[in-house]
Design a protein around this ligand. Structure first.
Ligand code: ZN
Length: 203
């Protein structure tokens, strides 16, 4: 930035006074982005590069912190990081999109989520659709629960070799089922499974 620019003059003036303020904030941001070489206004600080670095740093920080939050466990496990915007292009029907999004974000009203609102201890958030006495998690609902065996078989049959449903288990299987390349098939079956589930819950 040129010497006669007002921000440069103010920056240098405040720095000479050793006053805390936006000068300190700017330095902090630049140091945080590992661009210390550019913190002198006499050198050029590429704002596009700075913005890109801050985006990456904030994204990484978000992922790191999200991993420690129970509420985001499922999202962290199943989110397709290799193609983050791919789901938008999948053109799912509204209901299918809703089930998939709520499942990923753990707001589908399965017992694991309902129990959270009711302050039920996690070990008592038991699946109402089978006799396994298992906690009704997203993995249980989609990949394990005996209450949806027929629906699950139909889903795996349509997916064929696209998902290794015979060998994969748990989160790994759920992650594969929710990948963008098969989500159109999975979403259709998940929507149906969730409708069937309502029959168990509201009997
Ligand atoms: Zn079950």
């Amino acid at each position: 930035m040129e010497e006669d620019r007002l921000p440069v003059k103010v920056y240098k003036w405040m720095e000479s006074l050793r006053v805390d303020g936006w000068v300190k904030d700017v330095k902090h941001i630049i140091t945080y982005a590992n661009m210390d070489d550019s913190q002198d206004f006499e050198n050029k600080c590429d704002l596009d590069v700075l913005q890109a670095r801050l985006k990456v740093l904030n994204r990484d920080k978000w992922w790191l912190e999200a991993g420690t939050k129970t509420k985001l466990e499922t999202f962290m496990e199943v989110f397709d990081r290799s193609d983050p915007k791919g789901l938008i292009k999948c053109n799912l029907q509204q209901n299918q999109r809703s089930v998939v999004a709520r499942l990923k974000c753990r707001v589908l009203p399965l017992m694991v989520e309902v129990g959270r609102f009711k302050n039920t201890p996690r070990e008592k958030r038991i699946c109402p659709c089978c006799t396994k006495q298992a906690i009704e998690t997203e993995v249980h609902f989609v990949t394990v629960c005996e209450g949806f065996e027929d629906e699950r078989k139909a889903m795996y049959a349509e997916l064929g070799s696209k998902v290794d449903s015979k060998n994969l288990k748990g989160e790994q299987l759920l992650r594969e089922l929710l990948k963008n390349n098969v989500i159109k098939i999975t979403a259709k079956h998940l929507e149906h499974m969730f409708e069937v589930r309502k029959g168990y819950v509201y009997l």
